[in-house]
Design a protein around this ligand. Structure first.
Ligand SMILES: C[S@@+](CC[C@H](N)C(=O)[O-])C[C@H]1O[C@@H](n2cnc3c(N)ncnc32)[C@H](O)[C@@H]1O
Length: 198
């Protein structure tokens, strides 16, 4: 089963499962975007657009996702913002180098098969000084988590990997530097992470 197929099936139920539980941490993480200005912001793996209600209105947004069924739900949330929606792959972004001032990666790095490619592509398309706002579930280096590791190959085919170690991903993207890393949900399994591009 491909992720495009499974997220096409999940799209009608996604908000019911995720919106309420994630609203507060989304809002909190997105406060790191500048409130003023007309900046270019990538929403990488935009899904049904659950981030959109929390975004400052003055910026220009591009929301990318692999799945048309998710993007069509996001479209219904774009009213108050300047948003372009693009169907594409986060691991091979269809944008030129240095296109964006900031990038939001909420629940996408642990979803894609190759999180390092996703983060490398994000870094490539960011301007120097730009930031990356991440919200996702990660294992710590050396964490046992045998059940999550055992379930990850199957879960990764349907919806999300469970075995991604953030530090191993970041080590493959030397242009990005860690600014902050906070536990936010599920006893620190979900983390809000901020990076900056040199
Ligand atoms: C867990 S949802 C997260 C959606 C949204 N960012 C959020 O926070 O609610 C994962 C999203 O990633 C998308 N996706 C999966 N693989 C992708 C890929 N290779 N490139 C871009 N989007 C992808 C899915 O279609 C889905 O919309």
């Amino acid at each position: 089963m491909s992720l495009k197929f499974s997220y096409s099936l999940l799209a009608p139920f996604y908000d019911l499962a995720i919106a309420r539980a994630s609203a507060a941490v989304r809002a909190q993480n997105l406060q790191h975007l500048p409130a003023e200005g007309a900046l270019d912001v990538l929403i990488n793996g935009i899904g049904t657009g659950l981030d959109l209600p929390f975004l400052p209105p003055s910026h220009r947004y591009i929301g990318l996702d692999l799945t048309a069924a998710m993007l069509s739900r996001a479209r219904a949330r774009t009213d108050a913002l300047r948003v372009s929606l693009v169907q594409g792959d986060s691991q091979a972004l269809p944008f030129a180098d240095h296109s964006f001032d900031h990038a939001v990666l909420h629940l996408i790095l642990a979803v894609v098969p190759d999180p390092a490619a996703c983060l490398q592509e994000t870094a490539r398309t960011l301007r120097p000084g730009g930031s990356v706002l991440i919200l996702d579930k990660f294992l710590r280096s050396g964490e046992n988590a045998w059940l999550r590791r055992a379930l990850s190959p199957l879960a990764g085919k349907i919806a999300t990997r469970l075995d991604v170690v953030f530090e191993e991903v970041l080590a493959q993207v030397p242009q990005l530097e860690l600014v902050s890393d906070e536990p936010v949900l599920a006893r620190g399994w979900f983390r809000a992470i901020r990076l900056i591009k040199h």
